[in-house]
Design a protein around this ligand. Structure first.
Ligand code: PMP
Length: 367
């Protein structure tokens, strides 16, 4: 069944849930540490739990199809009109809606090698052609991406910071890229990890949206805001873009609990700051340990680190298995073309310590 371009898709490989790993390796769920999906180790903020408890009373009704209150809160936060906001069932939904809204079957989409797996899925899912541009130092090579744009290119995906490598492109370079990109090419600037950036690295992408009619900025509540399980993300763009996206998105794509929780989380600056502080400290903890172990890693601007655990093509899978046996779940990235590496999410200090000890043991056994 189905078109050839759908049959050609390699399925997305999500991290194994704790329950599955516990069953497979005969472990206690409570002793498993999961640092695999770039989630927030603090979980859902209390403010969001309270908001959901209130919203739960009304679950017999459909969600607000236009997400009025959430859009209002986002509009104030980012100083853009409400009509410039599109809500998504996670930002994955936004990426997929963008591909559907702006690209025709057979046209091309440009993105970087080692960038987020959903760019390939969204492209292939509509039968578009992908132009994958070789990475530079594990990150985006914007000059090469500009050169790679062809006459039939309608979309460029840029992840900043990038997943799975954690690399970052300074705002000045992105803006230079936006100035040069052809006007009929939509640039999706995926900022899923933006809230983890230091103040000095932050840039004004919401303001760029006013200036560049072909720019779409994508954000999520899954990472720093701790709401991954609820699935809520959003896009900022001018109405020429949001209007098309709204025509083809599912009418109730963000559920009522997610809308209520997102508003609460957006206003919970204390939680956001605590998450960013924990992340910065956890990054130092990892980096110091990797340096002591003599492991190469890619400096990261996200809530995860890509670390090289061996020199042979089996290294990532082997060390991943040795970690699983010790009850630690991380993300192998062989499907990204990085079979010698593992991507490790930053957790609570104690979880990070468990990972470091387990990694030391796994590498020792490999010798
Ligand atoms: N973009 C990037 C770069 C990501 O890493 C992720 C999560 N893995 C997403 C988008 C999608 O996240 P969500 O759908 O949970 O918003």
């Amino acid at each position: 069944f189905g078109p050839e371009y759908v049959r050609a898709i390699a399925p997305y490989q999500a991290g194994k849930p704790i329950s599955e790993v516990a069953r497979e390796f005969g472990l206690d769920e409570e002793h498993i540490v999961k640092l695999a999906s770039n989630e927030n180790p603090f979980g859902v903020p209390d403010s969001a739990k309270q908001a959901m408890a209130r919203a739960a009373a009304d679950l017999g009704r459909y969600p607000d199809a236009n997400g009025f209150e959430l859009k209002q809160a986002l509009s104030q936060r980012y100083d853009v009109p409400m009509e410039w906001i599109t809500l998504g069932n996670g930002s994955n939904d936004i990426l997929e809606i963008a591909a559907h809204a702006f690209v025709e079957k057979g046209q091309s989409v440009v993105y970087a090698q080692y960038s987020f797996a959903v760019y390939a899925l969204a492209t292939q899912g509509i039968g578009a052609r992908h132009i994958v541009v070789p990475a530079r130092d594990h990150g985006h090579d914007l000059d090469a991406m500009l050169d790679a744009i062809e006459d039939d290119t309608r979309l460029v995906f840029i992840a900043n910071p990038n997943n799975p490598t954690g690399t970052f492109i300074p705002g000045s370079e992105i803006e230079a890229f936006l100035q040069k990109v052809p006007a009929n090419v939509v640039v999706v600037l995926d900022e899923a990890y933006n809230e983890f950036l230091d103040k000095e690295d932050q840039y004004e992408s919401a303001a760029w949206v006013r200036q560049y009619p072909n720019l779409l900025v994508s954000r999520t509540f899954s990472k720093a805001y701790g709401l991954a399980g609820l699935r809520v993300g959003f896009a900022l763009a001018q109405p020429q873009l949001t209007d098309l996206m709204n025509r083809i998105r599912q009418p109730f794509n963000v559920n009522s609990l997610a809308q209520a929780a997102a508003i609460a989380a957006l206003n919970d600056s204390e939680f956001l700051e605590r998450s960013a502080r924990n992340n910065a400290a956890g990054y130092q903890q990892f980096v110091e340990a990797f340096e002591k172990m003599g492991l190469q890693y890619v400096p990261s601007y996200g809530n995860f680190v890509l670390v090289k655990v061996g020199n042979d093509l089996g290294a990532g899978a082997r060390i991943n298995l040795a970690l699983l046996k010790q009850g630690v779940i991380v993300r192998p990235v062989g499907n990204y073309g990085l079979p010698e590496w593992l991507r490790i999410s930053i957790g609570l200090p104690q979880e990070n310590a468990v990972l470091i000890a387990a990694l030391q043991k796994a590498l020792g056994e490999g010798l």
